[in-house]
Structure formats: C-alpha cells, structure tokens
Design a protein around this ligand. Structure first.
Ligand code: DOR
Ligand code: ZN
Length: 346
C-alpha cells in the first residue's frame, strides 16, 4: 500500500506545556489531530477547574487561525484534591483526572503520596463519570526502574480497578507485556494508550553505542520482548489500545544534561511514525481504529468527520526546532528518516 486515508485522528495523551512552548506545540499537534488530551503537569500543577479553564484559553490562543482543533483538559490529582474539585472539574467540562507517581517524573512532586487516601476521590470520579488516567509506575527507590510498571499493576492498579468497576481507567503509555495483558484481560472500562517510541524502540536504542537522551522517556524503554508485545497488541486491532503520543518537549539543555529530563517531543512525526509501525506489521487496515476510533469510543465522544491521507514517502525530521524564546528543542527522531508523510488533511 502506498497511500492510506483514515478518519481524522485524535491524540489521547500529550504535553503542550505553557508560555513560549504553546506557539510551537499547539500548531504541531493541530496540523493533523482533531482533538488531544492535554496533561496537567505544569508548575504549578493544574489542580482545580479554574486553573484548567484558564490553561485551555491559553492553548486556544496559540491555535492557527481557522483551526478547529479542540484541547481536552485534565485535572492533576494531588494530596489535597477534594471531592468538590472533582465535581467542579466535571461541571466545567474537564475530561479526566491524571494520577502521577509522586516524584517519579516531570512535575510530579505534588502527586498523592499515599494512594490509599485516594479512595473517596476515585469513588466520586466513578459516580460523576470522570475517567482516571494513570501513569502506572511505583517510585520506591528499591524497585528497579525496569520493574516499576509491573509492580504498580500488581500492587495498586488491580485493586483500583477491582474496587471501582464502573470507573473508567486509562493506563497511559504502557511499556510492558504485563501491562498489555492486564489491559486486555480487564473489563471494558480499562484501556491503554501506546506511544510511538515504545512501538519503535527498546532500551538498546537508548543505551547501546552511547547514551541517547532524546530517546529517554518515562516509563523508560524496556527490553525488546516488551516492545514486541506492544507491537502485537496494536496489530491485534483490539479496541483496548489507542493512540497517545505522550509528545513531551523539553528544551535541549534540559535533555542533554548530567541529569536529563524524560520526554520525547514527537508531535511533528507521531502520526507518521505510527503509520510506519502499522505498515511494518502489515496491519495498515488497523490504523484507523487505533488512531481515530478506539479512543473516541472509550471516552464516549463522537468520532471525527474529516480525514487525513498519508503517503509512503520518505522525509527527514529536522535536527532542531527553535522556540519563541530562542531556545532549541530536539524533536523525536531528529535527523532520521520517516517513511510516511501526511499529504492531505481535510
Ligand atoms: O517521558 C515523560 N515525559 N514521561 C512522563 O511521565 C512525563 C513527561 C513530561 O511531562 O515530560
Ligand atoms: Zn505524558
């Protein structure tokens, strides 16, 4: 196949950041996605409806003229999230609430330190119909970083899902065979997003021949058997898995550092790279479901009307992108070839 047309896709998990980033990140995603779920891990965290709505306005201001892109906003769960915060967020149109591992990733220090205290919050979320988006990793220092996702499932997620059967739960950016299996076997209220980097790469791509900070994200890339399990999961066409790029820009100096930040800025190539993966797997017929249907169906939102056509043409991702403040970002796959390109977008 040399060309494929899919319904206009959505990105169910990404980071736009704020301030000078928005003029870069918002158009990059709006170029081909109709909607995106925007993560709330800013400084300070977007922990109440008022903050989230003001952030949504800042995002909208950064949209190109005439764009119909719709940001879908999330609430950041903290130690002090109250039941009214959930109710007010729901009333304000906030689509979901995000649970971070305390201290485990970018701007996560405000996350709940004890998940046992979150039960009343999860109960209200279940009651009002607000999905829980989970970064599923434990942060205990003695748990090996490659095991943190599996331990989170065994220690917490099984129980959260069991105790709240009507709560919709998205396990975000899954990275392991165990997570793919957990989601496959869980109820219809449990689903997962999968990033392009976890489908394309494994930990060798981060560590062999020199350390590659631009392939460092969290949860960290795992061994190739897990990459294969994720590829098998998307190739199955199961509606449990959908597109969430986790596009997460950091300035170059924060990635290329003695203590570099986690995150791959993939907005300029994510849809194309997913298409490349589905092509490699010989399942291009499953791309439309993954990119354009499963997420909308899970969230109970209408599927999009327009279409995007991609052609099999090679192009090279730019080496760097300059922000409004003059500082560079290195995009995911910088300087590397991508074999699909967006041709028409209506
Ligand atoms: O790689 C990541 N980047 N993982 C996260 O959990 C957060 C994200 C970010 O905000 O930079
Ligand atoms: Zn993320």
């Amino acid at each position: 196949m040399k060309e494929i047309t899919i319904q206009k896709p959505d990105d169910w998990h990404l980071h736009f950041r704020d301030g000078d980033f928005l003029a870069e990140t918002v158009p990059a995603t709006a170029r081909c996605f109709q909607r995106a779920i925007v993560m709330p891990n800013l400084m300070p965290p977007m922990a109440n409806a008022e903050m989230v709505l003001a952030y949504r306005e800042r995002i909208k201001t950064a949209l190109p003229t005439g764009s119909h892109f719709e940001p879908l906003m999330t609430l950041y769960l903290t130690n002090s999230t109250g039941l009214d915060d959930i109710r007010q967020a729901k009333a304000a149109g906030v689509i979901a609430a995000k649970l971070y591992p305390a201290g485990g990733t970018t701007n996560s220090s405000a996350a709940p330190s004890d998940l046992a205290t979150m039960t009343p919050v999860f109960e209200v979320m279940q009651e009002v119909g607000m999905p829980l988006l989970v970064h599923g990793e434990v942060t205990d220092s003695h748990i090996d970083i490659f095991d943190r996702e599996k331990v989170f499932i065994d220690r917490y997620l099984q129980k959260i899902v069991q105790d709240h059967p009507y709560l919709k739960v998205v396990m975000e950016h899954i990275t392991t065979a165990e997570a793919a299996q957990f989601v496959a076997e869980a109820s219809e209220n449990v689903a997962a997003t999968i990033t392009p980097q976890h489908l394309l790469l494994n930990r060798n791509d981060m560590l062999v021949g020199g350390i590659r900070p631009h392939n460092f994200c969290l949860p960290v890339l795992k061994r190739n058997t897990h990459q294969e399990a994720l590829r098998t999961a998307v190739a199955s066409g199961s509606h449990k898995y959908f597109l969430g790029s986790d596009s997460a820009p950091h300035e170059k100096h924060q990635k290329e550092s003695a203590c570099g930040c986690a995150g791959c800025y993939s907005a300029w190539s994510a849809l194309e790279l997913y298409t490349q993966v589905f092509d490699e797997l010989n399942v291009l017929d499953k791309l439309n479901g993954f990119a354009s249907c499963h997420g909308a169906d899970f969230y109970g939102l209408p599927r999009n009307q327009g279409t995007v056509t991609l052609v099999k043409e090679t192009w090279t991702v730019p080496e760097e992108i300059i922000l409004l403040n003059g500082k560079p970002i290195i995009p995911f796959f910088a300087g590397q070839e991508v074999h699909w390109r967006v041709k028409i977008n209506d």
